[in-house]
Design a protein around this ligand. Structure first.
Ligand code: FAD
Ligand code: 2HG
Ligand code: ZN
Length: 474
């Protein structure tokens, strides 16, 4: 992919020197430092989409909260800018340096501290990979209430810092609800202990929320406690075909009403998204040839009861004529195959060459219109204009792919898509955050007063602006 060219003026930060490197070496040991001479430093400078490339000369891999505290205290006093990095799967260029910021990798903070076998409350360090955390909680009879296509590399700390959404928000809500506590290190090195094992704690301001979704600009998350729900003994996946978006809306309504408490995912896939997933990922779909598909998952505790509910639901939506074809299964390998079709759409579209990605919240009744509007406006310059995503949460992923980055196409897409979204009072970033790539569009979803309040908070917590500069508020 072509990197986005940017004209960012380097902030007024100190330049890294040999004395700084010696300090870090004595603190965390030379083996936990990567410098300009090593090839793999490049991997930390470029984001997953290869849309932003920094020129950091130094990656630090501390192994404890205390080490992070001392690093930040030093950087704050020296005015050295720092970019916290988790699994580097973020989609808005927030996880890589823009100029020469020091990369602070959380990868070595990867210990699971405790899993309570009755309550499911799980405490861990922030660098634990989501898939690993989920595997361990499953051994104890619980699941992490978060699942997304990047699970094999993203960190739970990165998930918290972006308030990642994913495939099960309809069931478990977002991380503001399930994260019970965090420990974070502030820009001046102070450790703030907001760890808690309780869902209910109304003692003053709810400070932990400042670190959920603030994308490494207010502090570095080092530990967390998360409430994990019990594993479901019975899981079913239905893959349904529909002929119109009106039918999609009716099916969502009926899924909410008739599947109720066992509904655990409700995703939309349109025909071009499915085609990309099949063609570029070499997958097979059980059904093809329709404009819309819905992936509906149920998770419950009683297979017979759940199957009866699912059968009744499918009968109803087919009788009404909303669902015209489909399949469902409770066989794990088949469910996985269906899930792959959905989870790998994002990477499939990038394989077209270049992909413009928009992650927006829109009112249900206008949810899909924008895909058609953009197709009409820019389809002639695109390979595919696609819409898919977390329908149950009103979160659309509008992706426009092409063979290579095209400035003409870009001009037709931006700011148009953001202005369109703002007119409908939607959100210009439903789940991926603002990072580096979307800073100029923040104003479309936040009032001037709200942005000023954000600036005040940043000033209070990071007066020298050393934490993830050029991101979110820029
Ligand atoms: P990074 O990419 O490393 O960092 C993301 C941001 O958080 C950066 O601003 C970084 O500075 C900051 N950060 C990271 N760790 C810390 C920390 N410990 N303390 C402070 N700041 C920190 N996102 C969704 O919401 N829903 C999806 O369904 C989804 N699906 C995806 C599918 C694919 C294939 C890919 C590639 C990405 C997807 N994403 C999705 C985006 C991404 O995976 C998430 O944003 C994820 O939460 C990022 O985690 P990470 O560890 O990779 O963080
Ligand atoms: C998903 O839901 C991710 O698959 C990625 O959030 C969306 O690439 C995208 O636009
Ligand atoms: Zn998503």
């Amino acid at each position: 992919l072509t990197e986005v060219r940017h004209n960012i003026k380097r902030g007024n930060y100190a330049e890294l020197n040999g004395k700084d490197v010696s300090f870090f070496e004595s603190l965390i040991g030379p083996t936990n430092i990567l410098q300009d001479s090593t090839d793999d430093l490049q991997g930390y400078n470029v984001d997953f989409l290869r849309s932003v490339r920094g020129r950091s000369q130094l990656v630090l891999k501390p192994g404890s909260t205390q080490e992070i505290s001392e690093i930040l205290k030093y950087c704050n006093e020296r005015r050295l800018a720092v970019c916290p990095q988790g699994g580097n799967t973020g989609l808005v260029g927030g996880s890589v340096p823009v100029c020469d910021e020091i990369v602070l990798s959380l990868a070595r903070l990867n210990k699971i501290l405790s899993i309570d076998d009755i309550t499911g409350i799980t405490a861990c360090e922030s660098g634990v990979i989501l898939e690993n955390l989920d595997a361990k909680t499953r051994e104890a009879g619980f699941v992490v209430p978060l699942d997304l296509g990047a699970k094999s590399s993203c960190h739970i700390g990165g998930n918290i810092s972006t308030n990642a959404g994913g495939l099960r928000v309809i069931r478990y809500g977002n991380l503001h609800g399930s994260v019970l506590g965090v420990e974070a290190v502030l820009a001046n090195g102070k450790v703030i202990d907001l760890m808690s094992d309780f869902k209910k704690d109304n003692t003053g301001y709810h400070l932990k929320h400042l670190f959920i979704g603030s994308e490494g600009t207010l502090g570095v998350v080092t530990k967390l406690a998360i409430l994990c729900p019990a594993i479901s003994d019975s899981v079913n996946v239905a893959f349904l075909a529909l002929n119109s978006f009106e039918a999609v809306m009716q099916t969502l309504k009926n899924a909410k009403r008739h599947l109720g408490e066992i509904l655990s995912s409700c995703e939309l896939i349109d025909a071009p998204s499915l085609a990309a997933s099949i063609e570029n990922n070499n997958l097979q779909s059980p059904i093809e040839g329709y404009p819309f598909y819905m992936l509906i998952e149920t998770s419950g505790s009683n297979a017979e009861h759940d199957m009866e509910k699912l059968n009744n639901f499918i009968q109803l939506v087919m009788d009404k004529g909303d669902v015209v074809d489909g399949t469902y299964t409770s066989e794990p390998s088949k469910m996985l195959e269906i899930w792959k079709l959905r989870e790998f759409i994002s990477t499939a579209l990038t394989k077209d060459g270049y992909c413009f990605k928009y992650d927006i919240s829109l009112p249900l009744r206008s949810f899909y219109d924008i895909v058609k509007v953009v197709e009409k406006r820019a389809g002639h310059l695109a390979k595919r204009v696609t819409g898919y995503g977390h329908l149950g949460d009103l979160n659309l992923h509008l992706n426009v792919s092409c063979e290579q980055y095209s400035p003409e196409l870009y001009k037709l897409l931006e700011p148009f898509i953001y202005e369109y979204t703002a007119q409908l009072k939607g959100s210009v970033s439903a789940e991926h955050g603002i990072g580096f790539l979307k800073t100029k569009y923040l104003k479309h979803s936040k009032s001037a007063e709200a942005i000023n309040m954000m600036r005040d908070m940043k000033q209070l917590l990071d007066p020298n602006g050393i934490l993830n500069p050029y991101k979110v508020l820029y």
